[in-house]
Design a protein around this ligand. Structure first.
Ligand SMILES: Cc1ncc(COP(=O)(O)O)c(C=O)c1O
Length: 379
């Protein structure tokens, strides 16, 4: 008998090019063990106590230094609030800043489980169009004439699923519109630090000073260290952080994940996290390049934009191809992916699929793409 431990289990005979979680082979077990040993050897049990509401102050300090280096901008620990990951952050933000029936804007397409969190809060989703440069500002402006959203949920860099990144000009206009129409920008920057080229835009976290009231940046350790840590952060201006800190959830339970924070503080302070992120970038960049090469060689009927970071390729097939049917056929060839419609709140993107280049090594990527090619050939 085997009891469930992990959220998803890929049968060993299948190459699941859709899987969006890190491969367990990149989890630095020894690094975390060393950090835990160091923390335990200090003989200070305070990290087993209810934690400070905003998050362990020393952890926030270490995180702010790490982010300042990674983002290339000074980050203030006072503007950081520790979360149990982006999913829990979104849930808390919905609790505090929305009411059932409120309208929110979500990119069409989006990270497919975020709308489930919004549905838990009975929010009304209005889709905003995207293109290869991220959110389309004209679509946002058009919808702002009709709706008064509480927030826009956006993945501005190395988007899941499309891989696109919002340009600087669009970012500037979006910030203006958020101020003018008084809605929050919830910027999910989970892939900001996984950039494989030098030309990434600065994160929305760069604007979380006192004057940028409407910006909330969401970060996570899930893709730069391990999702099982359930650890992340929110960056926003002090008044908004204060509202988070005074929520009933934290008043009762204390700050989120003080135990994990204390261990990860050691991982950051000794420089291991910086080295690990570097290692991930060096691991994922050649996987991206390999997948790109194979797609160009073998899947001639598709169009796509090459991502510059993150995890995903977004492939567009000719209109007549239905990705759900294709996925069904792919089972015979022991290869899997995610159909585009999964990421749509309008039932769109039916001829699109999401592939992840980060989960498998180059050899498996090659085998997976060849299986997909075979599947397409016999259709
Ligand atoms: C865009 C995006 N946001 C959030 C998450 C999940 O973040 P967390 O594990 O911190 O809840 C993911 C994971 O795939 C993601 O792709």
């Amino acid at each position: 008998m085997s009891l469930p431990i992990t959220q998803s289990q890929i049968p060993p005979e299948i190459i699941d090019l859709g899987a969006g979680e890190p491969n367990q082979s990149v989890f630095p077990l020894d690094m975390i063990r060393r950090a835990a040993e160091e923390r335990f050897s200090q003989g200070d049990p305070s990290f087993l106590q209810y934690g400070a509401e905003q998050g362990d102050g020393y952890f926030r300090l270490a995180l702010a230094k790490f982010l300042s280096q990674g983002y290339g901008l000074p980050m203030n620990p006072e503007n950081i609030f520790i979360t149990a990951g982006i999913s829990s952050a979104l849930d808390l933000l919905c609790t505090l800043f929305t009411q059932a029936g409120d309208t929110i804007f979500v990119e069409e397409t989006t990270y497919f489980v975020a709308p489930k969190i919004f549905a838990d809060h009975h929010l009304k989703i209005v889709p905003i169009a995207m293109d290869e440069n991220g959110l389309v500002i004209e679509s946002l402006e058009e919808n702002l004439k009709r709706y008064k959203p509480k927030f826009l949920y956006t993945i501005p860099i190395h988007h899941n699923p499309t891989g696109s990144t919002l340009t600087d000009a669009r970012r500037a206009r979006l910030i203006e519109l958020a101020q003018q129409f008084d809605f929050l920008i919830l910027a999910d920057e989970v892939y900001q630090l996984l950039s494989y080229t030098e030309d990434s835009p600065k994160p929305f976290a760069a604007h979380t000073d006192a004057n940028a009231e409407n910006i909330v940046s969401l970060g996570s350790f899930s893709k730069i260290l391990a999702p099982g840590l359930r650890l992340g952060w929110i960056q926003s201006q002090p008044q908004r952080i204060k509202r988070l800190v005074t929520s009933g959830l934290l008043d009762s339970g204390g700050g989120m994940n003080p135990f994990t924070s204390a261990i990860i503080r050691s991982v950051i302070e000794c420089g291991d996290l910086k080295n690990h992120v570097h290692h991930l970038i060096e691991t994922y960049r050649p996987r991206l390049q390999k997948m790109d090469l194979l797609l160009r060689q073998h899947l001639t009927e598709i169009t796509y934009t090459v991502p510059k970071g993150g995890y995903f390729f977004w492939l567009r097939f000719p209109r007549q191809i239905d990705a759900i049917e294709l996925r069904q056929q792919a089972k015979t060839f022991k290869v899997d992916f995610r159909q585009g419609a999964l990421f749509s709140s309008t039932g769109g993107s039916q001829n699109c699929i999401r592939l992840c280049f980060a989960h498998y090594d180059e050899e498996h990527i090659e085998e997976g793409i060849l299986r997909l090619k075979e599947c397409l050939e016999i259709r």
